[in-house]
Design a protein around this ligand. Sequence first.
Ligand code: CTP
Ligand code: MG
Length: 225
Amino acid sequence: MADVEALLPAAGSGERLGRGPKAFVRLAGRSLLAHAVAALAPSVDRILIAAPPGRLADVAAEAAAAAPTTPVQVVAGGTTRQASVLALLAHASADVVVVHDAARPFLDAASLTAVIAAARDAGAATLAMPIVDTLVRDGGDVIDRSGVWAVQTPQAFQRALLAAGHARARERGDVATDDAGLVRALGRPVALVPGGPHLLKVTTPADLAWAERLAPLLAPDRARS
Ligand code: CTP
Ligand code: MG
C-alpha cells in the first residue's frame, strides 16, 4: 500500500481567470497542472487528480508527461472543490494524504516535506502564512490580526481523519473552502506550518501575470521560455 498519496483537485472551471479550466492554462511553457504534478511527484507514492468534466484523458496525458515514473489516477471532479476532494478520497488508500490545489504552481520540496511530517505527528497540518497587512472591514473597522494566518496548500492529513471531516460535512451540508477547516470542525487540531508568498494561488489575470514573472525564480527547472 502506498504510504503517501497526493490528492490534486484540478476540476475547476477557472471563472475568475477567464481562460477556461485553469489546469490547462500555461505558465512558463507548461500547464499549471504540470507544474503541480512535477512538484508533488518526488515526495509521494501516487497522485490522484480530479479532472474537469470531459477532460480526464487530457489530464492523464499532462500528468504522465510531467511525472513519467509516478503512478497517477484521474477521476471526474465534482461541482465544488470540496466535492472534487471527496471524489479523490473515495479512491485513496494511503495512511497519509496531501491535498494540493492545482492552481498553486510553485510548491517547493521543503514545504511539502514539512507539511507531511507535521501531519504524521499531529494528524492534520496545513501550510499557512502569518498576516502582515492591517485588516479592516468595509466600514473601516480594524480587525485584530494578531495570531491570524492566511491558509495555503498543500494540507496533509491522516487519511481517516480527513475522511471523517468530509463525512461530517456531507451529513450536515457544510461547505468549507479548504480541507483543514473540515478537520477543525471535528474539534481536532490542525498544525500550522509556515509557508510563504511563493505558494500563491493563481486566481485572477493579475496573479497569472505575477506568476509568469516569478517562474524563472521559483520554478527554474520547470520554466521553459
Ligand atoms: N477545484 C476542483 N473542483 C471544483 C472547483 C475547484 O477541483 N469544482 C480545484 C481547482 O481546479 C483548483 C482548486 O480547486 O485547483 C482551487 O480552486 P479555485 O482556485 O477556485 O479554481 P477554480 O474553481 O477553477 O476557479 P474559479 O473559482 O475562479 O472558477
Ligand atoms: Mg473556485
